[in-house]
Every structure is written in structure tokens, then in C-alpha cells.
Design a binder for this molecule. Structure first.
Ligand SMILES: [Zn+2]
Length: 217
């Protein structure tokens, strides 16, 4: 009798492991850092020093990748190919569940600053609904919403994706904030944005535990 109780106990431990993982366990998140490969994207200026959008995109990806690893997910760094279609193919070939294409906006108006995201397909819109509001809240910027626009990384392939333009690198305060980040500051927009995206990913995968649902068009 005693032995059978032990066996029952072991069976329960196997069936219901204490460490059940996190919502990101086993998930592959494709992170595309916009531009690169000689393309700068938007360029901001702080006290005469240039801030390149491609560098900001890479910085956010680097911070987000660390958070995803801690959360037991896998971040796939999308190759910075010149063709957007090829970038999506790279993400899909890696078996990615979702795609975030990280961009930052630009304007000739150095005081312009707001958050906006872009989607194409229905599954993009669902995914963006978890990511975009977190960015708006974290950066406390005016919300220009999730725009349905047939360009960028969300056009190709079928995996849920969002192209984020979380803030303007051409905004003077934002450009100076990025220089602070590069100089070791720990509470800059880069960290806030990465944390917001991570929180959005956790919320998305918590709500879409079936796995296949997010792939519906
Ligand atoms: Zn861009």
C-alpha cells in the first residue's frame, strides 16, 4: 500500500510538474531590427551628435532578447537582408511563432513624438493588440494607434507580426535619451520599450495557449 502511494505520488509529479514553464516556454519570437546593412533609417541629433535609427532598433532588440531568454523563450534575430520578403522568409524558416519588426519614426519636426504600429493581416492585428498598448503606456506618448497599412514586414508570410514605430529618433529629447542609454543609463526609452514588448508577448501567449490560434488569418 505504501509503495503504491509512492508510485501514485511520482505519477502525479510527472503529470503535473512543479515548474510548468512560462507563457514563452517553447516559443520562438522573431526579432527584426529595421534597416542595417548600410541603411541608417531615420537620423536624430542631440547636441550635434547623430543618433541612427538602425542603432536604436538593434539596441531594443538586444534588450528584448535578454528578457525573452529569462522568460524561457527563444529570440530569433532576423538577418538584416535588403529584401523585406527575405527577412520574413528568414523568420519563418526559424520556426517563429510571431514576428516583431522594430523601427523608430522620423520627422523634420524635431519636437514630433508619438507611438504607432503597423499591421496587415487579421492575425497581425490580434497580436499588435497585445504589444502596442504596452508600448504606449510604458513610453507615455501620444497614441496614433495600430494602422492597417500594406507595407513593411507584416505583408509577407502568414505568421502574426507587428511593425512598431514606438517613438521618433528625430525628437531631440529622444535622441539625447538614446545617448544616455549608450552611456549606461538604465531607465531610458530603450529599456522601457523592450520591457513593454516583453510584457505584451507574455500577455499574448497567455491568451493564445492553444498555439494554433495565433496563426489564423
Ligand atoms: Zn525604420
Amino acid at each position: 500500500m505504501k509503495n503504491s502511494l509512492v508510485i501514485l505520488g511520482l505519477a502525479l509529479i510527472v503529470a503535473f510538474p512543479v515548474s510548468a514553464g512560462t507563457p514563452l516556454t517553447g516559443k520562438v519570437i522573431a526579432l527584426d531590427a529595421g534597416h542595417g546593412g548600410g541603411e541608417t533609417g531615420a537620423v536624430g541629433v542631440c547636441n550635434g551628435a547623430e543618433v541612427i535609427e538602425a542603432d536604436v532598433n538593434l539596441a531594443v532588440r538586444k534588450e528584448l532578447k535578454v528578457l525573452i531568454a529569462v522568460g524561457e523563450g527563444t529570440a530569433h534575430e532576423v538577418a538584416q537582408l535588403s529584401s523585406r520578403q527575405d527577412r520574413v522568409a528568414d523568420a519563418e524558416a526559424a520556426g517563429s511563432d510571431v514576428l516583431i519588426s522594430i523601427h523608430h519614426n522620423g520627422s523634420t519636426n524635431t519636437s514630433a513624438d508619438y507611438a504607432q504600429s503597423f499591421v496587415t493581416q487579421k492575425n497581425d492585428k490580434i497580436f499588435a493588440g497585445y504589444i502596442h498598448p504596452k508600448i504606449v503606456n510604458a513610453l507615455e506618448l501620444p497614441d496614433k494607434g495600430i494602422k492597417n497599412d500594406g507595407y513593411g514586414m507584416t505583408v509577407y508570410g502568414s505568421l502574426p507580426g507587428v511593425l512598431t514605430e514606438s517613438y521618433f529618433v528625430t525628437n531631440t529629447d529622444a535622441a539625447c535619451d538614446f545617448l544616455n542609454y549608450q552611456n549606461g543609463a538604465t531607465n531610458t526609452r530603450v529599456q522601457k520599450e523592450a520591457q513593454a514588448m516583453y510584457d505584451g508577448l507574455v500577455a499574448y501567449f497567455s491568451a493564445n495557449t492553444g498555439g494554433g490560434r495565433g496563426r489564423n488569418k
